[in-house]
Design a protein around this ligand. Structure first.
Ligand SMILES: NC(=O)c1ccc[n+]([C@@H]2O[C@H](COP(=O)([O-])OP(=O)(O)OC[C@H]3O[C@@H](n4cnc5c(N)ncnc54)[C@H](O)[C@@H]3O)[C@@H](O)[C@H]2O)c1
Length: 345
């Protein structure tokens, strides 16, 4: 299959690109190369004959038309987005521009291309979204594909809006779409502003390890390479018009996750004192959802996908990757404006 992957220079997109090439697909990686992108993430496949890169913005209709006409993809996997909740609190505008207007522009470009080819049934537009569109859970319960949308942050509201657009382009125009909503990803190439890299890198630097509020927020953690497998399963086998929840079966409170990382680091890179002594509680993020949990029964029963990596295995692998790849993360940390902010007082 020839896949047009948007956001393929980002964290999850690059895992999809690497896996798709390994599985024998052709890949066109379309990315605007924002602050969050890093072409080193796909360096391992850049010389592959089946790989092409297009620097383009999903809000640029003319550029999208050129890319569709040039490459003639069989499917779109749409991951390009503004993705950092904290940044969406400071500056929601770019989240509306990219996640809503950009998704609309991409849908229109895909529709024109699909119409122009005689509306092939096998074409797919796969929209990659988040469990954050469902809002927050209490102590119990799980998000299913039927859970009503109730987004609480500018980020999740912009993703919810894009999900609705994708659904509507299927219902109104017949565009063959599939959707997936996943939990928090982690793993190699995770941008150094996100929670797990922040914990690892602050610990190693001897800095405070910040934990929002009392650290009681619960997230389900999905190893990014498991997620990439799930996404390629959805785009190749998913039923048109259907959405699939993807989770890691790995719920943890933030404070427990941070302690797990500190304990693993104590083994892998022992310091004079246990890393947990660097933990500091900081003012909570406004609108901070208490708990997310994914019921991934549908993708397991209908498409045969389950996560394979436990949280303990995935964290150990990830920490070792950060220890082995200092040049990668120091270059990103040195980018203008990166890591300057945590939370709004
Ligand atoms: N990271 C997670 O835990 C998580 C969880 C659930 C869903 N998601 C979703 O998965 C997708 C990928 O997330 P990620 O963590 O890899 O994000 P990321 O921020 O690491 O990467 C996003 C990529 O999109 C590109 N991009 C941004 N704006 C663009 C534009 N206007 N045009 C073209 N390219 C643009 C960036 O340059 C970057 O390479 C997003 O849609 C996100 O909402 C992420």
């Amino acid at each position: 299959m020839k896949l047009l992957v948007t956001g393929g220079a980002g964290f999850i997109g690059s895992a999809v690109v690497r896996l798709a090439i390994a599985q024998g697909h052709e890949v066109v990686n379309l990315d605007a190369l924002t602050y969050a992108a890093c072409l080193d993430n796909v360096a391992s496949v850049a010389d592959n004959a089946g790989y092409a890169f297009e620097e383009a913005d999903i809000r640029d209709a003319a550029a999208l038309k050129r890319v569709f006409d040039t490459h003639q993809p069989d499917a779109v996997m749409h991951l390009a987005a503004e993705s950092h909740v904290d940044r969406s609190i400071d500056g929601p505008g770019s989240f509306i521009d990219t996640n809503v207007t950009g998704t609309y522009t991409l849908l229109e470009a895909a529709r024109a291309y699909w119409d122009g080819r005689g509306r092939p049934e096998a074409f797919r537009f796969h929209h990659i979204s988040t469990d954050e569109v469902f809002g927050t859970l209490g102590e119990t319960g799980m998000f299913t594909e039927e859970t009503p949308y109730a987004p609480n942050s500018p980020y999740s509201a912009s993703k919810a809006a894009s999900d609705h657009l994708v659904r509507a382009w299927h219902e109104t125009y017949g565009l063959p779409v599939v959707l997936s909503n996943c939990s928090n990803n982690y793993g190699p190439f995770h941008f150094p502003e996100k929670l797990i890299p922040v914990v690892i890198l602050n610990a190693l630097a001897g800095k405070d390890i910040p934990v929002y509020g009392a650290g009681l927020n619960v997230r389900d953690w999905l190893f990014v390479e498991d997620h990439a497998t799930a996404l390629l399963t959805v785009v190749t086998k998913g039923e048109v018009g259907r959405s699939y929840n993807i989770g890691g079966n790995a719920e943890a409170r933030n404070i427990d996750l941070v302690h797990m990382i500190c304990t693993l680091l104590d083994d892998l890179r022992p310091a004079a004192k246990p890393y947990a002594e660097q933990i500091r509680y900081v003012t909570d993020r406004p609108g901070h959802d208490l708990r997310y949990a994914i019921d991934a029964t549908r993708i397991r029963d209908e498409l045969g996908w389950t996560p394979t990596v436990t949280l303990a295995e995935g964290l150990a692998f990830t920490i070792q990757w950060y220890l082995d790849n200092e040049a990668w993360w120091t270059a990103l940390q040195n980018r203008e404006g990166v890591g300057k902010r945590l939370g709004v007082a």
